[in-house]
Ligand binder design. Structure first.
Ligand code: PAF
Length: 294
């Protein structure tokens, strides 16, 4: 595996790869969820490129940019173990040179969910992903569905800016007890880690309520999800929304979910960590730990 830090070197190494290339952009501190994205990339393509770059432009004031967990040595080992060929960890001042003044804005899809509480976040994400796409020029790029809104925005950007890249979304990877994997889980102490299960409990409760009676209103489903989350003493809901799975616009609270289905998504702060999770109510519960939640 080549470990590369400059854009020129990356372009040269990329040009030497014969066959198709999968790309997994990350901010490092890799966990089993990232490794699943990488394996999916290697199922779809001949080669795998992984980037590790903690992108400053997607963090707002007061967010965790300076404390974002890092483990470059561990990341290198993990990437090597799955068969990654190019590990790209560029320097911040190489990626954002002086007077960097171009930003990618994907309108509409950032108006709900994380958009209002993290102004500028998705501009930062779209900008860095567009830059990395231009640098790496992959055939396929793989993203996790935990960041559902991010995935929707990247799909839209890829289409609108005519990147010739297939965007592959991978279902959420969960710990054995149902908590969605995230680099930010490491901020939680033991008690907070237990409380963090309230996100999956809330979403699963809403899923069960919907499956049991699809004529329930969106408001009733949101109330069902809210109860287990509010029962966790340290949990503060940033948002809990039921949105259209494609447009991400909030559904009418007084009506049942329409045939288009519904994505229920939440962001909850527990101690120092802001955790997100989501579930599609109109699809069967995914195999795995959510099915055995009490
Ligand atoms: O999902 C992430 O880790 C980041 O938002 C991404 C896509 C690597 C952009 O910095």
């Amino acid at each position: 595996m080549k470990r590369i830090t400059t854009i020129d070197e990356l372009r040269r190494a990329r040009a030497e790869l014969n066959g198709t290339v999968a790309f997994v952009p990350t901010m490092g501190f890799l966990h089993a969820g990232h490794l699943t994205l990488m394996r999916r990339g290697l199922e779809l393509c001949d080669h795998l490129v992984v980037s590790v770059f903690v992108n400053p432009t997607q963090f707002g004031p007061g967010e965790d940019l300076d404390n974002y967990p890092r483990d470059l040595k561990g990341d290198v080992e993990k990437c090597r173990s799955v068969g990654c060929e190019i590990f790209f960890c560029p320097r911040r001042d190489h990626v954002y040179t002086d007077h960097h003044s171009t930003t990618v804005i994907v309108d509409e899809l950032d108006r709900s969910l994380c958009g209002p509480s993290r102004p500028g976040h998705f501009e930062g994400v779209a900008t860095i992903v567009a830059k990395l796409f231009n640098i790496v020029t992959p055939d396929v790029a793989v993203f996790g569905q935990k960041d559902y809104q991010q995935l929707a925005i990247i799909r839209r950007m890829t289409r609108d800016l005519n990147f010739d890249i297939r965007i592959e979304g991978v279902p959420i990877i969960r710990e054995d007890d149902g908590l969605a994997m995230s680099s930010r889980n490491r901020y939680l102490d033991d008690d907070q880690r237990r409380q963090a299960l309230c996100l999956s409990r809330g979403l699963v409760a809403a899923h069960r309520a919907y499956t049991d009676d699809p004529s329930r209103t969106v408001r009733a489903l949101l109330e069902t999800a809210r109860r287990p989350i509010e029962a966790a003493p340290g949990a503060h809901i940033d948002y809990l929304e039921c949105v259209h799975p494609q447009t991400l616009m909030p559904l009418d609270a007084d009506r049942p979910v329409s045939d288009d289905g519904a994505l229920m998504a939440t962001a909850v702060s527990i101690g120092p960590a802001r955790l997100i999770d989501n579930l599609r109510l109109h699809e069967p519960l995914p195999d795995g730990p959510l099915r055995s939640l009490p």
